[in-house]
Design a protein around this ligand. Structure first.
Ligand SMILES: [Zn+2]
Ligand SMILES: [Zn+2]
Length: 315
């Protein structure tokens, strides 16, 4: 068994007082020192006191950074998350003991062995035959999806296309169902489909088509056999309402925060940069929809649905 030398919290606090001054707990090896240091250097460029790392731990064999942020703009918040995710993704390719090229191996079923990122030298001999875990993770940051590009060693935007979405969720999509979805809404649609596919697993659920209507996304689906008392009905209904609410506040062209604009007798949801036509102010007043057992309001700050007593929308 190799004794793992760990990054000490006091060393971290001393090196990066602004970002790590509150860090009380670390449980990761010095092989990851380089990636942690690089992350802290990036985070130090943000306003003093706005980012505080509280813990460095390990999850599923990789680095896991816990932190608080305070008073950051959405762009700064995205920069912080990118720095954090970059460090965490890098750690999955570097030996935690020595910092050489490493990999995370999948233990055989029933093994009590933990997932660890190790180089060949620091991996117990019997584990070198285990399969390498290479799962590409997609991170939603600043309204876009990002993946870690290992060859270029950086985060890059994962461009979503209607075709990619169709291929991913063809199990619940009719042919051509997503062909007319504006590109700015693909990310929120992708999120909806992922949640709906999970929630409706095993059910005969299918989406015929998804179209733009009145500045938002409108969805035609069937699910048989399912009664309205099925709890899945409730969760699916809420997912659909959330998708509609998000589309009404997301630019159809670019995915940033959007507002309703009247143009040529039509309504389009657009950001400030893509705006054409006349801003419809009333539409920003609130979004409330009836559900089977009441009303829900969309809260844009938390990006979630809130139960409300009556359609006027006040909780
Ligand atoms: Zn090593
Ligand atoms: Zn836009």
């Amino acid at each position: 068994m190799i004794e793992l030398e760990r990054i000490r919290p006091e060393v971290l606090r001393g090196s990066f007082p602004m970002v790590c001054g509150d860090c009380r707990y670390t449980d990761v090896g010095t092989g990851w020192r380089g990636i942690v240091w690089q992350m802290c250097l990036d985070l130090e460029r943000l306003p003093a006191g706005s980012v505080k790392i509280t813990e460095l731990g390990e999850k599923m064999g990789g680095l896991r950074v816990s932190m608080h942020t305070d008073g950051l703009s959405p762009e700064q918040e995205a920069a912080v998350r990118l720095a954090k995710v970059l460090a965490e993704e890098r750690s999955r390719y570097l030996c935690e003991v020595c910092g050489e090229i490493g990999s995370i191996r999948r233990p055989p079923d029933g093994s009590a062995e933990w997932l660890r990122c190790r180089c060949h030298r620091h991996m117990p001999r019997d584990q070198t035959a285990w399969p390498i875990i290479r799962r590409e993770r997609r991170h939603r940051i600043g309204g876009q999806y990002w993946v870690y590009d290992h060859l270029l060693d950086r985060m890059r935007v994962d461009e979503l296309t209607a075709e990619k979405i169709y291929q991913t969720y063809r199990g619940i999509l009719s042919v051509g169902a997503v062909d007319h979805v504006p590109v700015g809404w693909l990310a929120i649609l992708d999120e909806y489909l992922r949640a709906a596919a999970t929630s409706m697993e095993g059910a005969d659920f299918r989406i015929q088509r998804i179209v733009e209507a009145h500045g938002g996304l409108d969805l035609e689906s069937t699910s048989r056999p399912m009664s309205m008392t099925d709890p899945r009905f409730d969760s699916l209904e809420r997912l659909g309402i959330l998708l509609e609410a998000r589309s009404l506040t997301t630019c159809r062209e670019c995915g940033r925060r959007g507002h309703g604009y009247a143009i040529d007798g039509d309504i389009q949801t657009l950001c400030d940069d893509h705006a054409v036509g006349t801003l419809i102010r009333e539409r920003d007043l609130g979004f409330v929809r009836a559900t089977l057992d009441g009303f829900v309001r969309y809260d844009i700050e938390t990006d979630s649905l809130v139960d409300v007593e009556h359609p006027a929308g006040d909780a």
